[in-house]
Design a protein around this ligand. Structure first.
Ligand SMILES: [Zn+2]
Length: 318
């Protein structure tokens, strides 16, 4: 077993001579998602050997954001770093210690590109923040800039609605008397939500299946395109992608019992027809799709009380 006391945090910054944007790029927030780590190290090599110039602004790379999870080749160390992300005076879990280092670093930047991969085969996608709004959950005023950055990364599928949907799930858990930490809306705050709360723009790029050999290239292209789009490098500004598909999460369903089972093996973005059977509860009650749409983040091994799957519908946003 890896001991957390032997680990360290690593970031590397490059600052150009001209003023400009401050971009931070994260890899391995989840320890088994290494496409971003590989892409970041490749880009650092290009900068250090003068094959890529940073002419303006600052770019900071964090190749391995969760070193404990990374050393263990697993998603989490003590817990999911991408939930309940905030500094704490009383760190208990290893991820609390990461947060106390990472959150002040994020706050020094104005744009975040967080590179992930996912469990089952599928096309890459970008997670967008909310549309501009003055609400209390996740007020935001920079959706145009954030969307423009997302559209230059080279990926065609866009998903939003994360925190709204998460908060609706929290409200349902509270109404059901659940007192676990999943019943706190702050538990839905990850790297991108923290970044937006600091005034920045932030994107999670899901680059492909964990072991897809193309995923590091998706991450690598996205870093280059972000550097060009934000004018940190002098490379030609990438065109916005066409042929886009925008989906909005609208509902999360928890696995209530260890006997709750999926009707079949679902992958993210499998299509659903209204009335289609998604799964069966332990008591035999079917779980049905309420409308035509898509299943997202299905997790057959979710612990009871945690998110089992999300539903998404088409959106006209991008
Ligand atoms: Zn991830």
């Amino acid at each position: 077993m890896i001991e957390s006391g032997s680990l360290h945090f690593e970031s590397l910054s490059f600052t150009g001579l001209a003023p400009g944007a401050r971009l931070v790029v994260l890899g391995a927030v989840h320890g088994n998602e290494t496409c971003g780590t590989q892409a970041i190290r490749r880009v650092i090599g290009e900068i250090e050997s003068a094959r890529l110039g940073i002419d303006a602004g600052t770019v900071t790379f964090v190749p391995v954001t969760n070193p404990l999870a990374y050393a263990r080749h697993q998603r989490m160390g003590d817990r999911n770093l991408n939930r309940n992300l905030m500094p704490t005076r009383t760190p208990v879990e290893f991820e609390d210690r990461i947060a106390n280092w990472l959150c002040p670093l994020l706050a020094q930047h104005d744009a975040l590109l967080d590179l992930h991969s996912f469990h089952t085969a599928g096309a890459p996608f970008v997670m967008l923040g909310p549309e501009n709004n003055g609400g209390t959950l996740e007020p935001f005023a920079r959706a145009t800039e954030e969307t423009a950055l997302a559209q230059c990364l080279g990926v065609h599928r866009f998903v939003d609605g994360w925190l709204d949907t998460y908060a609706a799930g929290v409200a349902r858990r509270l109404a059901a008397g659940v007192s676990a930490r999943e019943a706190d809306v702050h538990y839905g705050v990850g790297t991108t939500e923290f970044m937006r709360a600091q005034g920045g723009i932030a994107l999670t790029l899901e680059c492909g299946q964990h072991d897809d050999p193309a995923a590091p290239d998706v991450a690598y292209r996205a870093i280059h395109n972000a550097l060009a789009h934000l004018r940190l490098s002098s490379a030609p500004v990438p065109a916005a992608v066409s042929d886009t598909e925008a989906l909005r999460l609208y509902q999360v369903t928890d696995r209530d019992h260890a006997g709750d089972r999926f009707f079949r093996d679902w992958a993210s973005f499998d299509r659903l027809r209204a009335g289609e059977v998604i799964g069966v509860r332990h008591d035999g009650v079917p779980v049905l799709a309420d409308r035509d749409g898509y299943i997202v983040f299905p997790n057959p091994n979710a612990l009871p009380g945690q998110e089992w799957f999300y539903l998404a519908r088409r959106s006209a946003r991008v």
